[in-house]
Design a protein around this ligand. Structure first.
Ligand code: SF4
Length: 425
C-alpha cells in the first residue's frame, strides 16, 4: 500500500518485509509492520500499533545503520555498528552486524552509553512529538486503514507499553533475566514460555540466577500460559518465528514436557504458517541435563517441527577455575558434555547445541590454555553447528581490553567463537 500523507508525516499503513530474519549490515526489517516518516526520523510499529524501532534520517544521527529498538520487556536497546565494521569489527565478535547497547547493567565488552548522546535522545523527544501530532491532528480525510493504524498507535502510549511488559511477566510468572545467545538468530524476538523454574547449580559467579530450586511447571500451567500469550501477542503473533522455553535449564524438564510444550505452542501460535521455513526453538541446558539426555529423547526433539538450539553453560575445562567461579562440575564432566555437544550436532540435523565459556578478570592462565587446547583439538564433523560463546564475567573490563584474548581464542578454534552478551527480555 502506498504512503498516506498527513501534514509532514508519511504514513505506510502496512509494509511487508521477509518473514525470515536475516543478518544484514543495514537495519533489519522483517515481517509486517507500519511505518511513519518525518523529515528527521523513521518510526516502525508492530501490528498491534506498538512502537518498535526509531531511526534517525538526517546527518546528525550517529550512523544510518544504527537504530533504537524497543523490546517486549519495554527496554529501549540501541543498535550500534561500533567504530569498525570490517572483518575484525562487530560482526567478527558477535556474529551480527550490530552491538546491542543495553539500558541496564550487563556483561558488555564495550559499553556505549547512548543516553549521553543528545542526537539519540532526540529520538525519544521526536517520538513524544509524533504521538502528540497524531493525537491532535484531524483524521477526517484519511483512508480508514490509516485511521485504524493511528488509533492503534494512540492506544499504545508509553504508560500502556510499560503495563503490557508487566503483564507479560505476570503471564509467565517472572521476568526473563537472560535469553540464550542463539536467540540472536531471530533478533531476540522470541515468545517466552516457562516450563520450569530455578536451576540445578546456583553458581557463585552467575548474575542472573534465581534462588529457586529446579522445578518443572505443570502441563495445566503451561497450557494456561500458551492461551494467555496468544491473546497477549494478538495480531502481531504472526511476526514471531522463535519460541524460548524457559527458564535456566529447560532441558532438565525432560523430552516429554519439552515436546508437549513445543507442540502445543506450535499449533496455538500458528507457526505452521511459516511456509518454507521452520520456526526456532531455544532453550538452556546444563552439564547434567545434557549428559543424561538419551539418544532416543534427543531423536524425538530432532523430530519436532523446529530448528532447536540448546545452549549449555560449560564455563571452563579447568577444575580449579570451575571451583573458583562456584560451578559444581569438574573438568571430566565438562569434556564429556563438550564431546556430547559435538556428537549431537553431527547426528541430529535439526538440533544445534552451543556452549558458553567464561572470560574476564581474575581467570587463570590455565583456564585460557585449556580452553584454547580444547577448541584447537576439536574434531570438526558438525559443519558450522556448535558455536562456542565467550561470556565476559560481569566485573570484567567494560571496554575492549578483552578483545585480544577473544581473537586469540577465535583464531585457534576449529569451531566458530562469538561473544555472549547477556540480554533480558
Ligand atoms: S550459570 Fe546457569 S546454572 Fe549456574 S546459577 Fe546461573 S543460571 Fe543457574
Amino acid at each position: 500500500m502506498e504512503s498516506t500523507y498527513l501534514s509532514n508525516l508519511a504514513i505506510s499503513v502496512e509494509k511487508q518485509g521477509p518473514a525470515r530474519i536475516t543478518k544484514a549490515s543495514f537495519p533489519l526489517r522483517y515481517g509486517r509492520y507500519s511505518e511513519i516518516r518525518t523529515h528527521e526520523f523513521e518510526f516502525l510499529f508492530n501490528l498491534n500499533g506498538e512502537i518498535k524501532f526509531i531511526r534517525g534520517l538526517n546527518a546528525s544521527w550517529p550512523h544510518p545503520a544504527e537504530q533504537l529498538k524497543r523490546t517486549d520487556g519495554n527496554d529501549w536497546v540501541y543498535y550500534s555498528v561500533g567504530d569498525d565494521s570490517g572483518e575484525k569489527g562487530i560482526i567478527s565478535w558477535l556474529g551480527e552486524y550490530y552491538l546491542p547497547c543495553l539500558p541496564y547493567a550487563s556483561n558488555s565488552i564495550w559499553e556505549i552509553n547512548y543516553s549521553s548522546n543528545p542526537d539519540v535522545m532526540n529520538a525519544f523527544a521526536a517520538w513524544s512529538q509524533l504521538y502528540g501530532d497524531l493525537y491532535g491532528c484531524s483524521k477526517d480525510r484519511l483512508h480508514f486503514k490509516a485511521k485504524e493504524v493511528i488509533g492503534l498507535i494512540l492506544n499504545n502510549h508509553d504508560g500502556v507499553l510499560h503495563k503490557r511488559s508487566l503483564s507479560l511477566n505476570e503471564i509467565i510468572g517472572r521476568r526473563i533475566s537472560v535469553l540464550p545467545p542463539d536467540t540472536r538468530h531471530v533478533d531476540y524476538e522470541v515468545i517466552p514460555l516457562l516450563i520450569s523454574d530455578g536451576c540445578l547449580y546456583h553458581c557463585n559467579f552467575c548474575c542472573v540466577k534465581s534462588r529457586q530450586k529446579f522445578q518443572t511447571r505443570s502441563r495445566t500451567d503451561i497450557l494456561e500460559q500458551i492461551g494467555r500469550l496468544k491473546d497477549f501477542y494478538g495480531r502481531n503473533l504472526e511476526n514471531y518465528s522463535g519460541l524460548f522455553l524457559g527458564n535456566h535449564d529447560a532441558l532438565e524438564a525432560g523430552e516429554e514436557l519439552i515436546s508437549f510444550s513445543a507442540s502445543e505452542a506450535y499449533s496455538a501460535f500458528g507457526f505452521g504458517r511459516l511456509q518454507g521455513m521452520k520456526p526456532s526453538l531455544f532453550l538452556f541446558g546444563s552439564v547434567h541435563s545434557l549428559l543424561k539426555s538419551e539418544n532416543n529423547s534427543l531423536e524425538k526433539l530432532n523430530q519436532l517441527p523446529y530448528n532447536t538450539f540448546i545452549n549449555i553453560g560449560l564455563e571452563s575445562v579447568d577444575t580449579p577455575t570451575l571451583s573458583w567461579i562456584g560451578k559444581p562440575v569438574d573438568e571430566p564432566m565438562v569434556r564429556e558434555a563438550f564431546k556430547k555437544m559435538l556428537d549431537i550436532n553431527a547426528t541430529h540435523k535439526n538440533i544445534e547445541v552451543t556452549a558458553n565459556f567464561v572470560i574476564g578478570n581474575g581467570l587463570s592462565a590455565d583456564h585460557y590454555q585449556s580452553l584454547r587446547e580444547l577448541l584447537r583439538n576439536t574434531p570438526v564433523t558438525s559443519g558450522r553447528k556448535g558455536i562456542v560463546y565467550l561470556s565476559p564475567l560481569k566485573d570484567s573490563p567494560k571496554k575492549r581490553e578483552l578483545l585480544p584474548i577473544i581473537h586469540e581464542i577465535k583464531d585457534q578454534s576449529k569451531i566458530p567463537v562469538f561473544i555472549y552478551l547477556i540480554q533480558r527480555l
